[in-house]
Design a protein around this ligand. Structure first.
Ligand SMILES: [Fe+2]
Ligand SMILES: [Fe+2]
Length: 225
């Protein structure tokens, strides 16, 4: 019996991956590479990755047996259902399928595979560049909610320079990708491209310095099974 690949697969541990910590690795498709963040399984995996498509690269037709969540970090991404420019957030529920491709400038995506609850059937497409942001819980924060299902919440949060959030505990954990600027807490500083996964019941007091930050945040999805 072959054992499946496991990378940062203990969800009770705090994990931080900075941009240079994980190399680009080839995928089974020519012109498509990825930096793996967490993974349980081989080519059909519960996986969180940064995926990079060369200009006009294509991925073969595939079905999302556990759902697919993605955020276009740069360039543009396309499938038969539409075109997704930089800053577009997409959820393809369980059972959907497509054969996507990158635009002429290539694309870089955050992709989370096989992480949908069985009853989370909503297809979501949000152009975060055009959507309305709301004031956050403290001055300097603004929030763009992207999705909610059960205890899971997904949002983009913009931090003005020198913003301080109240110390808090993560019920169901917290996962962050720093999209711009530098996000900080008492454990360290996380520049653009850093990924953090903080377990159920972890806590911290985050803040920003002069650069401010833009982050993707998912909470409530890492409750102890
Ligand atoms: Fe897909
Ligand atoms: Fe937090």
């Amino acid at each position: 019996m072959m054992s499946a690949m496991e990378l940062r697969a203990d969800f009770t541990r705090r994990e931080v991956v900075r941009p240079d910590d994980e190399a680009w690795r080839p995928s089974p498709m020519a012109g498509v590479e990825r930096r793996m963040l967490d993974r349980i399984g081989d080519e059909v995996a519960r996986a969180t990755s940064i995926v990079r498509y060369a200009p006009d690269a294509r991925f073969s037709a595939h079905r999302h047996d556990g759902g697919e969540e993605l955020l276009v970090l740069s360039g543009s991404f396309h499938d038969a259902n539409g075109s997704y420019g930089e800053g577009t957030y997409v959820r393809n529920p369980i059972g959907t399928s497509h054969a996507p491709w990158a635009g002429p400038e290539g694309t870089v995506l955050l992709v989370k595979l096989h992480q949908f609850a069985a009853d989370d059937t909503e297809r979501v497409v949000v152009d975060t560049r055009a959507a309305a942001w709301h004031p956050g819980l403290v001055p300097g924060l603004s929030v763009l909610p992207l999705h909610e299902h059960g205890s899971e919440h997904v949002a983009l949060v913009r931090w003005a320079p020198s913003t301080r959030f109240t110390p808090h505990r993560h019920w169901g954990g917290e996962e962050i990708l720093v999209l711009d600027g530098v996000f900080e807490d008492e454990h360290g500083a996380y520049p653009k491209g850093s990924w953090l996964r903080s377990p159920h019941l972890s806590s911290h007091a985050p803040f920003t310095g002069p650069a401010g930050a833009l982050i993707y945040v998912k909470t409530g999805h890492l409750a102890a099974a």
